[in-house]
Design a protein around this ligand. Structure first.
Ligand code: 5RP
Length: 219
């Protein structure tokens, strides 16, 4: 059922995209479905950039050539990605798939961020899903200490997972997210954290939700 709702959301994006322009493509199971739909759509883009090795492989196997992010020369007109949670003001928690660092970079350099989710991800208030952070190995203990003692969250190092960049991911449970933008900035200020998965300072511009009663679009 959830997959069918992801398909609906992914199909809903197509009418937003302008062919022959640059496109940013995120990471995750919803994006995997989007890539398959894109492959069958016949749409072509001048350049495609993505946020993980996983999506690069998927794009290539669906007939798209993927450029390295270092080749971005101007803002991307559109970036399509999923989220772990998204609230009514379109702030998100992302990084469940561990690709948060490149996701934040691509979001920042995109003019329009279109988020596609099934209805289970659309929430009144962020925080049920733990906030992922990508952390350099040497900083894991100090960062966990700061989170527990200064932020009141419960850090759990993700088991058997290393990011595309060779770093560990810590999932922070029970973090107070009353003010997501402030918490995003606070986490940004802790040495050793490369990226945190709160997307509040650069949130989505358009949200497409696949629901059992059809598509819901917010922008
Ligand atoms: C990956 C992400 C994904 O967008 C997020 O985890 C949602 O994934 P899925 O579509 O599989 O639920 O941020 O780092």
């Amino acid at each position: 059922m959830k997959d069918q709702l992801k398909v609906k959301a992914a199909q809903g994006v197509l009418k937003y995209l302008k062919p022959y322009t640059e496109l940013g493509v995120g990471t995750g199971s919803t994006v995997d479905i989007f890539i398959e739909i894109l492959g069958k759509s016949g749409l072509t883009f001048s350049q495609i950039f993505t946020t993980s090795q996983r999506s690069a492989k998927k794009l290539e196997s669906n007939g798209f050539q993927v450029l390295n992010l270092s080749e971005i020369k101007k803002p991307l007109p559109y970036y399509v990605d999923g989220a772990d949670e998204i609230d009514t003001s379109l702030c998100m928690i992302k990084g469940g798939g561990g690709a948060l660092t490149l996701e934040k970079i691509v979001a920042e350099i995109s003019r329009v961020f279109i988020c596609i989710v099934d209805e289970s991800k659309y929430v009144k208030k962020l925080g049920k899903f733990p906030v992922p952070i990508e952390v350099i190995k040497e900083a894991i203990k100090p960062v966990c200490w700061t989170i527990e003692n200064e932020l009141g969250g419960h850090p759990v190092v993700r088991k058997n997972f290393v990011s595309d960049h060779g770093h560990k991911i810590i999932d922070i449970h029970n973090l107070s997210l009353g003010e997501p933008a402030a918490m995003e900035q606070r986490l940004n200020s802790i040495p050793g954290i490369i990226t945190n998965g709160i997307f509040a300072n650069r949130k989505a511009d358009t949200l497409i939700v696949g629901t059992s009663s059809g598509l819901k679009i917010f922008d």
